[in-house]
Design a protein around this ligand. Structure first.
Ligand code: AMP
Length: 259
């Protein structure tokens, strides 16, 4: 597996790839089975698979969240190697943001709702870095998780709006045995919070109204950020302490209860 940390080395590697199908999985590292499911799908579908590990500062609205973001680079590289990834790209801020983030991708509708409502600039940061990475890597397919459903939707819309070439593949949410959606941030939950966390998924699956879900989650000890429907999904974000958990489930089961 190639480990590439500069644009020059990456571009050199990429220019020699003449495979017809190149899969790409952008990540922020601290890899878990959720990431690996995307990576394995890419490996199954493509001749070559490239993963990026980059903790993108422009999408964090809280400095503490950025500073506390887990870094498991050595374990991540080992896992990627063992799974048969062809190259990992680990760029530096100075190269990704050589323009000092003066150029940004901005979406003015969906970005301002749900996960974007209280996280100023979050989706500008996400869309900007994903466009940069897609332009650098130039994959045939990019693999993204349904876990971040609003992010997946916005990236699909950006790719359409800017006539970008890669095909966007959405992959299902991978969960712990107790139902908690896997996330790098779960590592920050203390013992008590970790015990409570699966109640988020359990509660949003119930055939009750959004208001009742809100009430039940609050009673359990979650601080609900939002519960909203988009497409055919129920999207939720809720805090345990300062850790923000997100999840989503198909919505059609619930339509009767909420109408
Ligand atoms: P992140 O490292 O959190 O930026 O995530 C990188 C990619 O992995 C994104 O497309 C996420 O949606 C996806 N992902 C993260 N957690 C999961 C999960 N539990 N199941 C499926 N995909 C996931």
């Amino acid at each position: 597996m190639k480990i590439l940390t500069t644009l020059k080395d990456f571009n050199n590697y990429r220019s020699k790839l003449n495979s017809k199908s190149i899969g790409f999985v952008p990540t922020m590292g601290a890899l878990h089975p959720g990431h690996m499911s995307l990576i394995n799908q890419s490996i199954n579908d493509n001749m070559k698979s490239i993963v990026s590990i980059y903790v993108n500062p422009t999408q964090f609205d809280q400095v503490s969240d950025l500073n506390n973001y887990p870094n498991h680079l050595n374990e991540d590289i080992k896992q990627l190697k063992e799974n048969g990834v062809d190259a990992v790209f680990i760029p530096k801020y100075s190269e990704i943001y050589a323009d000092n983030y003066t150029f940004q991708v901005q979406e003015n509708n969906l970005s301002n709702l749900y996960c974007g409502a209280h996280r100023e600039g979050h989706f500008n940061g996400v869309l900007t870095v994903v466009m940069k990475l897609l332009n650098i890597v130039s994959p045939t397919q990019v693999y993204l998780g349904e876990k971040d459903y609003q992010q997946l939707t916005l990236i699909r819309k950006m790719v359409d709006a800017f006539f970008m070439k890669p095909q966007v593949i959405g992959c299902p949410i991978i969960r712990e045995i107790d139902g908690l959606a896997m996330s790098s941030r779960n590592l920050r939950l203390d013992k008590q919070q970790r015990k409570l966390a699966p109640q988020l998924y359990k509660t949003i699956q119930k055939d009750i109204s959004k208001e009742q879900i809100h009430q039940q989650l609050s009673t359990l000890g979650f601080k609900v950020d939002y519960i909203e429907t988009m497409d055919n999904r129920l999207l939720v974000a809720a805090f345990l302490g300062d850790i923000r958990l997100i999840d989503n489930v198909p919505y059609h089961f619930k339509q009767q209860a909420t109408q």
